[in-house]
Design a protein around this ligand. Sequence first.
Ligand code: OAD
Length: 243
Amino acid sequence: MDNEIARLKGALIEAQRVAVLTGAGISAESGVPTFRGEGGLWRKYRSQELATPEAFAANPGLAWEFYNWRRSLINDVEYNPAHKALAELEEKVPRFTLISQNVDGLHLRAGSKNLLEIHGNIWKVRCTRCGKIAVDFTPDLGTSPRCKDCKGLLRPHVVWFGENLDHDILQAALDASMKCDVMLVIGTSAMVQPSASFPVEAKSKGALVAEINIESTPLSSYADITLLGKAGDIVPRLVDNWH
Ligand code: OAD
């Protein structure tokens, strides 16, 4: 693995453009549960079952209990060495884009700047009546939070299964993927579209694709480099002693 890390680091040092795709696994060491696998359950529900417009329409109170639980949990955790290392990497390479599927905001807290939060941010709420978006850091918003303007029911401003990504953000993510020299794919099961296609786009345009995950994923056989291990152990090694 040392050789592979050295090879990847060499490619990062040479790169003009670097794109990074992160998933729930990068926040696992901070204590944020991932969606699939261990820790993916809340009460008797799989997290994905509640992150849908249908679940919210059927029982907004239950959906809000789930999100209040996640908000409270995220409020109490810190970013970890992998988040920090990506913020440092951004300072080192000429053009850097971080594409995250995570809604926890930990990349922002760690200092990342050019960040595309393609699934939204858990600290934002959106009115289901007037569409107004607001930021609210109160961990528990209760089971029926209301819009300050029109009193409509609020929902989390995150992208749920079956919903479209913001068009401009998706375009920017695709653009970064297709133009990068190196793409890092960190802590994602690579099972959810369109994110899973970003590394495929990158590789088809000639980029070196490197995956960092504790286990193999559908992307592993496709990636040029697969580093099996914890993001918090491996990502800092890519930026240590840069030259
Ligand atoms: P998943 O929960 O599907 O996958 C997490 C991945 O992180 C798995 O492949 C784990 O092996 C890996 N992992 C766990 N701990 C790790 C560690 N310490 N270091 C490195 N890797 C680790 O999460 P996502 O791929 O992010 O969407 O899921 C994608 C989307 O599906 C989410 O954004 C969410 C979800 O439902 C929406 O809510 C729209």
